[in-house]
Each structure stands twice: as C-alpha cells, then as structure tokens.
Design a protein around this ligand. Structure first.
Ligand code: NAP
Length: 243
C-alpha cells in the first residue's frame, strides 16, 4: 500500500487530490489547518473507500509543526511515497497597499510551506531511494498577475524550487514536478461575483472554468508509474488561459 501526504487537503483542489489517490488505493495523510469539520468529513469519506486516512492539523508555514506531522506520519505508515504540496493562500490587492505581514503570510504558506515539507520529507525519500514530489504553483507564478504581485512571486519561487530540487534529487531516484492551475472553481474564487467568473470563463480558450478534478487528474498522473521518466516539469492546467 502506498502513502501520500497532501497539504491543505480539507477542501478545494487538495480535497479532490485526496479523493483521487484514495480511489486508487493510497493511504492518505490529510493535512489541514483551520477547516477541521471539513477535514473530518472528508476523512470519513476516504475511509469508506477502504484505505487509511490520518488527519493532521498543522500550519505548513510552521517548520516545527510540519516536522512533527511528518514524524507522526512516518511512524504510522513507515514511509511517504508521494508528497503533494497543495496548501495555499491568495492575496489580491495593489502592491503598494500590501503590508509586510501580508507578504510574510503569503510567502509563509505558499513558499516556505513547500520548503518546510520538502525539508521534513526528503530525508526519508532519499533513504528509500524513491519518491515523488508534486508542488502546486499557479499560472500567475509563470506569467504574473496584476493585483496579485506577492501571490505571483510566492508561486514563481515554487517553480524555481521545483526545477532546482528536481536536479538535486534525481540521482536519489526522486522526481519533483510542478502543476500550475489556471482559474479553478474553488473557495479561492469566493471574492469574485458571477459576472467576473463569466468573464474569466470567456477568456479561457476551452470556454469553462477549471475544476479541482482537472488538477487532481494531472497530479495523480505525475505520481503514477506512467510518469516515471518525468522530472523537473512545470505542467499548466488552465484550459489555455495563459496562452
Ligand atoms: P482553497 O479552496 O482556498 O483551499 C486552500 C487549502 O489550503 C485549504 O485546504 C486550506 O486548509 C489550506 N491551507 C491554507 N493555509 C494553510 C496553512 N497555513 N497550512 C495548511 N493548510 C493551509 O484553494 P484551492 O483553490 O483549492 O487552492 C489549492 C492550491 O492551488 C493553492 O496552492 C492555490 O494557490 C493553488 N491554485 C489555485 C487556483 C484557483 O483558481 N483555485 C489557481 C492556481 C493555483 P484549511 O481551510 O484547513 O486552513
């Protein structure tokens, strides 16, 4: 039985990733931070699929909490085959109105969260001489978004981190890839009204918003044996939005 650790899996894209891996027989380490009830409900749904699900509350920005979570997961399951760094927070405002604490929060979760998980999980993967790491960035990390300067920068760093870590870990049999979602219909779009969502849909060549399943399918592919010769790649899942 393989094991996957998914950060920020209480809702949205992370929830769908957890359901996808559970449906394929993976035991799940389901990280959440504040949405406890949603995480508990999802855990029950996952266990009905016949796999184990370990719930763990941790703020990915907190190095100590992350280390404790990974230690408990390794004690419980013996190994972590796949790490999906999905937890993220958005920030939409003018750059010159952004406060230092907002910058610290966005980089803390989106960038340091990915680094903290990598630091905690990589040693066990190196010992096993195998593992797959999939980082969720964003199209804005590639092309930049007006009014989302700090978010874009935090996600761009995840892309550079992915490329460098892929080179460093390839000799240890570990692949590191990155998925860049476009506009995906989750709570992250709650600040948009229906007209704004329709505009985004019309700007998307495939003429719809993305779903969490669209992203989960690609993440699962990258973790599967079908992707064993793929590392250091940045895969965009956006219906052509950023073309
Ligand atoms: P979402 O619905 O807002 O869900 C965010 C998830 O991240 C939640 O499960 C939340 O958990 C978790 N999270 C937030 N802060 C955390 C922290 N400090 N520690 C641990 N978990 C934390 O967002 P989403 O749309 O599913 O986004 C998932 C990922 O895709 C993010 O990295 C996001 O940047 C990226 N993305 C999304 C879109 C989009 O259009 N939706 C586009 C590009 C990239 P709790 O609720 O338990 O705190």
């Amino acid at each position: 039985m393989k094991t996957v650790l998914i950060t920020g899996a209480s809702r949205g894209i992370g929830k769908e990733i957890a359901l996808k891996f559970a449906s394929k027989g993976y035991d799940i380490i389901l990280n959440y931070n504040s949405s406890e009830q949603k995480a508990k409900d999802l855990s029950k749904q996952i266990e009905k699929l016949g796999v184990k699900c370990m719930l763990y509350k941790a703020d990915v920005a907190d190095e100590v909490q992350v280390e404790q979570m990974v230690n408990v997961a390794l004690k419980t399951f013996g190994r972590i085959d796949v790490l999906v760094n999905n937890a993220g927070v958005a920030l939409s405002k003018l750059f010159q109105q952004t406060t230092p604490s907002e910058v610290a929060k966005v980089f803390g979760v989106n960038t340091f969260g990915v680094i903290n998980l990598g630091r905690a999980v990589v040693p066990s993967m190196v010992s096993e001489k195998c593992g797959k790491i999939i980082n969720i960035s964003s199209i804005w990390g590639k092309v930049g978004a007006s009014m989302e300067t700090i978010y874009s920068a935090s996600k761009g760093a995840v892309i550079a981190f992915t490329l460098a870590l892929a080179k460093e870990l390839a000799p240890s049999g570990i692949s590191v890839n990155c998925v860049c979602p476009g506009v995906i219909d989750t709570d992250m779009l709650l600040n948009l009204n229906n007209d704004e969502k329709n505009d985004l849909k019309e700007q998307t060549p495939l003429n719809r918003l993305g779903t969490p399943e669209d992203v989960a399918n690609v993440v699962y592919f990258l973790a599967s044996d079908s992707a064993n010769f793929i590392t250091g790649q940045v895969i965009t899942v956006d219906g052509g939005f950023a073309l």
